[in-house]
Design a binder for this molecule. Structure first.
Ligand code: ADP
Ligand code: TPP
Ligand code: MG
Length: 322
């Protein structure tokens, strides 16, 4: 029988913290921020049945729980430093804990981000991570900083995670190989940390966020916060490789209003186009220009010929559409 404290010791305590002054095991962790840097803090919770299906692979869940939090740091341009993990578990299952912790630590190590504490309790499966990062003062990519005339950019591709969800929900048919490929976008998103850092450090972008609820909803947050509008070229949106093989109507719907994409949407002055393409190449992340910020409020969607499109789509909302 695995006790609460054995579980923490065996699966979530590693030798000595490297970045933290004091890590797992005391009432608080102690962190020593780099002098002159600002602290970036974000938290996201994953709930069984809402963010993942019951029986989801533990290793992938470990990866995704941290990935969605790293994605928020990426969206701000911050460098990850540490995180806490709060877990409600229905049982102390060794196989599940080994899988979950290995997925979690593989991604944590890839980003030099250290687990410094948390909380563990019995209950319906629920995973909450709070992440800490650092950013140069004045360099954070805030939602309220878009300016009329900016280009709108998207990292990577959109829509494959939503396509997988649709297949799981029997909203459409996907052959097994395609579902397998699309599902990896849903289960194992790649946080765009290096791109976010480059955009912030070199002051290439004005505003940014990560797309978790679908582009239309998330871009809307930038427009509201920045008091601007936008024109979005729907047919320029980069569809995921599986979605790209689907009919146009579905491609449009799932790139505009997908969900679980964890790509960056950012706005930047025209003058930075070349530097942004170079930053994308440097960080191994595709970047695509998909529209522009306007003075006129509201989001206008157009097709590849500039003709208006009324798709009637909206973002994910836990209490309205979700
Ligand atoms: N219960 C809460 N109390 C305080 N702030 C919250 C709460 N829930 C969400 N927020 C804040 O509201 C904003 C929007 O949240 P959310 O849509 O979850 O952002 P994100 O997509 O970046 O995770 C964020 O600044 C977040 O910190
Ligand atoms: C079982 C299951 N149902 C639905 C989804 C799709 N889904 C769940 S939450 C969500 C939006 C993102 O979650 P949220 O809690 O809003 O993340 P945040 O914006 O706070 O980062 C999406 C697309 C999923 N991944 N798994
Ligand atoms: Mg959130």
């Amino acid at each position: 029988m695995l006790s609460e404290f054995d579980l923490i010791k065996q699966y979530f305590t590693r030798s000595r913290p490297v970045r933290a002054v004091l890590g797992v095991g005391d009432d608080c962790a102690l962190l020593a921020p780099t002098p002159g840097m600002q602290l970036a803090v974000s938290t996201d919770m994953l709930v069984e049945g809402r963010h993942f299906f019951p029986g989801a692979d533990a290793r992938l869940l470990g990866h995704k729980s941290l990935a969605v939090n790293l994605s928020d740091l990426a969206a701000m341009g911050a460098a990850p430093t540490a995180f806490t993990l709060s877990l409600a578990l229905p049982a102390a299952d060794r196989d599940w804990l080994a899988g979950f912790s290995s997925g979690l630590f593989a991604l944590a190590d890839a980003h030099g981000c250290e687990l410094v504490g948390g909380d563990t309790t019995k209950g319906p499966l629920n995973i909450c991570i709070t992440i800490f990062g650092e950013i140069e003062p004045g360099r954070a990519l805030r939602r309220d900083a878009a300016r009329a005339g900016d280009d709108i950019w998207i990292s990577g591709t959109l829509g494959d995670a939503r396509l997988a969800l649709a297949a799981y929900r029997d909203e459409l048919d996907l052959e097994a190989a395609s579902l397998g490929q699309a599902a990896m976008r849903m289960h194992a998103p790649t946080p765009r940390v290096a791109l976010g850092r480059a955009l912030a450090q070199d002051a290439l972008a004005h505003a940014a966020l990560d797309i978790s609820d679908g582009l239309v909803g998330d871009l809307g947050h930038i427009l509201t916060a920045s008091k601007v509008g936008a024109t979005l070229d729907v047919d320029a949106l980069p569809a995921g490789p599986v979605l790209a093989r689907q009919p146009k109507e579905l491609r449009r719907r799932f790139t505009v209003a997908g969900g679980d994409d964890y790509e960056l949407c950012f706005t930047a002055p025209r003058a930075n186009r070349e530097a942004i393409v170079a930053a994308g190449a440097q960080s191994g992340t595709a970047v695509t220009r998909v529209g522009r910020i306007d003075e006129q409020p509201g989001l206008r969607m157009v097709d590849g010929h500039g003709e208006p499109l009324d798709l009637g789509l909206h973002g994910w909302d836990h209490f309205v559409s979700g």
